[in-house]
Ligand binder design. Structure first.
Ligand code: GLU
Length: 282
């Protein structure tokens, strides 16, 4: 089977060095195995996505010398497939409508999960007008239906899927037609991605994605969670804390291909280092 990886940036802000590192990993892992590297623009959040940033992302990747295979995939063109998956999960009795505001969720939450405050299920057994509501996964019912699941990270090894800490996660909502979890899972399957590469900060998300694959009968890829580039205080790079964007570097005349070679050799600019990766056997 051809190895297929993807780089899947959200055009909500300019790319920075951490994105370049993630793109290099996805690109090089595919190339080293004679496979294909795809580019997917995760632009379903209409309120935050910016078309001008899509142009910048394409220019950044060209500047870095990272060529992707086939046409660029845009999540905004796949809304029907997310809605169809929502219909299937709803027909399975696994989704319920919720109209709680963020403030209400925050006030009611008793735990913090990987995505923030865990929804305590306030609307689960309520009659809620579904029009314009968000749709939450009934996590306990979904886990019961799917049974025990495993997934494999190339570095960390076989994992027992443990999506429960996410609670009843939102999978569909009005303003962003699918959540990251649902859209990314469906797209990786639709695009034939066999090796999902991404930062270790999204390691826990793979538990939910594995569950969704089981519920929706999707193929199961292997994952490769890599370490993140961090600032001296150990926090991941962010434009808002002053990391120059790739577009800034490009416009200043820096050589993008030399930058990629430096990232490959783990030579990072002053003050930036590679944070811990996932541990083998975790
Ligand atoms: N759009 C996500 C991000 O920019 C990608 C995560 C993934 O690779 O699954 O963080």
């Amino acid at each position: 089977m051809t190895v297929r990886t993807r780089f899947a940036p959200s055009p909500n802000g300019p790319l920075h060095l951490g994105h370049a590192y993630a793109a290099v990993i996805a690109h090089d892992l595919a190339r080293a195995r004679g496979g294909e590297f795809l580019l997917r623009i995760e632009d379903i959040d209409a309120a935050r996505s910016r078309a001008d940033l899509v142009e910048e992302i394409l220019a950044d990747l060209a500047w870095l010398g990272l060529e992707w295979h086939g046409p660029v995939v845009f999540q905004s063109e796949r809304l029907a497939s997310y809605a169809a998956a929502g219909d299937r999960l709803r027909a399975m009795g696994l989704l319920y409508p919720c109209r709680c505001t963020r403030a209400e969720v925050l006030a009611a939450a008793r735990e913090i999960g990987p995505d923030g405050p865990v929804y305590p299920g306030t609307c689960r057994n309520r009659a809620v007008d579904p029009d314009g509501a968000a749709w939450r996964l009934d996590m306990a019912a979904a886990i019961r239906l799917a049974g025990p699941l495993e997934w494999e990270d190339e570095i960390a090894g076989i994992q027992r899927a443990d999506p429960a800490p996410f609670g009843d996660a939102v999978l569909l909502r009005k303003e962003a037609p699918a959540s990251y979890h649902l859209a990314a899972t469906l797209d990786d399957a639709a695009d034939g991605v066999t090796l999902v590469t991404r930062g270790r900060d999204l390691f826990a998300a793979s538990h939910v994605h594995r569950l969704l694959q089981a519920l929706l009968g999707l193929p199961v890829p292997v994952w490769h969670h890599h370490g993140l580039l961090v600032e001296p205080d150990g926090r991941k790079l962010a434009k808002r804390r002053g990391s120059p964007s790739l577009a800034d570097r490009r416009r200043s005349g820096e050589d993008g291909r030399a930058l990629v070679d430096a990232l490959r050799a783990a030579c990072f600019p002053a003050g930036i280092s590679l944070g811990p990766g996932v541990e083998s056997g975790t």
